[in-house]
Design a protein. Structure first.
Length: 390
C-alpha cells in the first residue's frame, strides 16, 4: 500500500500542476498576444513565450467564439518548483460588415420595399446589422438618386457604401428574341475529357423524364441527383418528385450517383434535421458520390439574421452528420461565395459552380459545374454539365 501511495503521489506531483505557487511578477512568462480576433484558431503556446523555465501546461485551445475578456492560466516548472501564471485574453471583433451584391439598384416607381434590403450584406460575427441610409430620393418620381448606406455591426464596426438608386416606370419584362447559345455535352467531352477526370450532369425535377441510357451513351459517367428541397415560404423539406425515378434509372444505366439537398437551414438544429431527413430517405442506399449541402438563397440573406461563422457552422453540421453515417459530405457553392463567405475549415470536398470555359478559382474542388445550359441526348431541355476530378 505504501508503494502504491508513493507512486500515486509521484504521478500527481509530475502531471497535475495544481499545487503551484502563483507567479505575480511575470518572472518567466511573457504574454505576446492578449488581443485576439474573434474566431481565430489559437492555442496557448501561440500567445505566450517562456524563458529559462519549462511549460508543463497542456497546449490547449483558446476560446475565441465569444467577445470579451477571459482569464487563463499557464503552469510551468523552474528549479523543480511549480508555478502558475494567470493572465487575461481579450477577444475582439474589428472586422466591419461586407456588401456582397451590386450597388446599382433599380426599383419601380412607388416602390414599397425596404431600401436597406436592396443590397445584401453580412458580418463575420454579428447577425444583426444596423442599416442607415442618407441622401435625397423620391420613390414617387422617376430619377437617379445617389444614396449613402452605413452598415454597423454589434461591435460598432462600420462599412460605408455608395448606392445608385434608379427609380423607373414598371420595367418591360417581355424578354429578348435573341437566340441563347447552348453548350453541347459532346463539345465539353471532346474539349475537357482526359484520364484524370469524368464528365457528368446534375438533375432535378426540372429535367423531367430522362433517358439515362442515352445519357450514358453520350459519354456521361456520373449524375448528381436532387433528393429534396426546402421551400422558401413553407420552410419544409419535400422530396424531389423525380428523385426516386432518377436514382433507380441512373443506377440501372450504370452511372455513378450522388445526391444533393437544397437547404436554407439557418440554425445547426435545422442542419442536423435536414441531414437526418436525407439519411432517412436514403435508408442505407449505396452512393458512389457524396451527399451535398446546397445552400444558395443569398437574395434573402439579410432576413436570416445570421453571421458568416454561423452559416459555416450550419454547413459543417450537415456534412459532419452524413459523414458520421458512412457517407461523404460535400459543399456546393459558386466561386464568389467560396471566396467570400465559406471557410470550409473541416476540409470537406467542394462542388464549384462557375459558368465559364476555364475557371480561375484557386481553391481545391472535386467537381466543377461549368455550365447550366447544357444539351445532352436523353434530356429534353437544359441541364448542368459537371467535370469531376479523380
Amino acid at each position: 500500500m505504501k508503494i502504491i501511495m508513493a507512486i500515486l503521489f509521484g504521478f500527481l506531483n509530475s502531471y497535475l500542476p495544481i499545487i503551484a505557487k502563483e507567479d505575480i511578477n511575470q518572472n518567466y512568462i511573457n504574454v505576446i498576444q492578449d488581443n485576439i480576433e474573434v474566431y481565430n484558431e489559437m492555442k496557448l503556446y501561440d500567445i505566450i513565450s517562456i524563458k529559462d523555465a519549462e511549460i508543463i501546461s497542456k497546449n490547449y485551445d483558446i476560446d475565441t467564439k465569444k467577445l470579451g475578456q477571459k482569464e487563463y492560466k499557464v503552469y510551468y516548472k523552474k528549479d523543480d518548483k511549480k508555478y502558475v501564471y494567470k493572465f487575461m485574453v481579450n477577444i475582439v471583433d474589428s472586422e466591419p460588415p461586407i456588401v456582397f451584391s451590386g450597388t446599382n439598384k433599380t426599383v419601380n416607381i412607388n416602390y414599397k420595399g425596404d431600401l436597406c434590403n436592396l443590397i445584401t450584406y453580412g458580418d463575420n460575427y454579428s447577425g444583426n446589422i444596423k442599416c442607415t441610409i442618407t441622401g435625397d430620393y423620391d420613390l414617387g418620381k422617376e430619377g437617379k438618386y445617389q444614396l449613402k448606406y452605413e452598415l454597423s455591426d454589434s461591435s460598432n464596426n462600420i462599412k460605408k457604401v455608395n448606392v445608385t438608386l434608379n427609380v423607373i416606370k414598371k420595367a418591360n419584362n417581355g424578354g429578348s428574341n435573341t437566340d441563347v447559345v447552348k453548350t453541347s455535352f459532346q463539345d465539353v467531352y471532346a474539349k475537357y475529357k482526359n484520364d484524370n477526370n469524368e464528365i457528368g450532369i446534375d438533375v432535378s425535377k426540372w429535367q423531367g423524364d430522362i433517358d439515362f441510357e442515352k445519357v450514358k451513351n453520350a459519354g456521361a459517367s456520373f449524375v448528381m441527383i436532387r433528393i429534396g428541397v426546402e421551400g422558401s415560404e413553407t420552410r419544409e423539406l419535400s422530396l424531389d418528385s423525380f428523385y426516386e425515378e432518377n436514382l433507380k434509372k441512373a443506377k440501372e444505366a450504370g452511372l455513378k450517383v450522388g445526391v444533393y439537398l437544397y437547404s436554407i437551414a439557418t440554425t445547426k438544429k435545422e442542419a442536423l434535421e435536414h441531414a437526418n431527413w436525407v439519411l432517412d430517405i436514403l435508408d442505407g442506399e449505396k452512393l458512389d458520390l457524396p451527399i451535398v449541402f446546397d445552400w444558395e438563397n443569398w437574395t434573402n440573406w439579410n432576413s436570416y439574421k445570421i453571421s458568416f461563422y454561423e452559416i459555416n457552422d450550419i454547413a459543417n453540421t450537415f456534412m459532419s452528420t452524413v459523414k458520421s453515417k458512412g457517407y461523404e459530405g460535400m459543399l456546393y457553392s459558386s466561386k464568389f461565395y467560396l471566396e467570400t463567405i465559406w471557410t470550409n475549415k473541416l476540409n470537406f470536398p467542394i462542388w464549384l459552380a462557375h459558368y465559364t470555359s476555364k475557371t480561375n478559382y484557386e481553391g481545391d474542388y472535386q467537381i466543377w459545374q461549368m455550365c447550366n445550359n447544357g444539351q445532352i441526348d436523353g434530356i429534353n431541355g437544359d441541364v448542368d454539365i459537371d467535370i469531376m476530378y479523380k
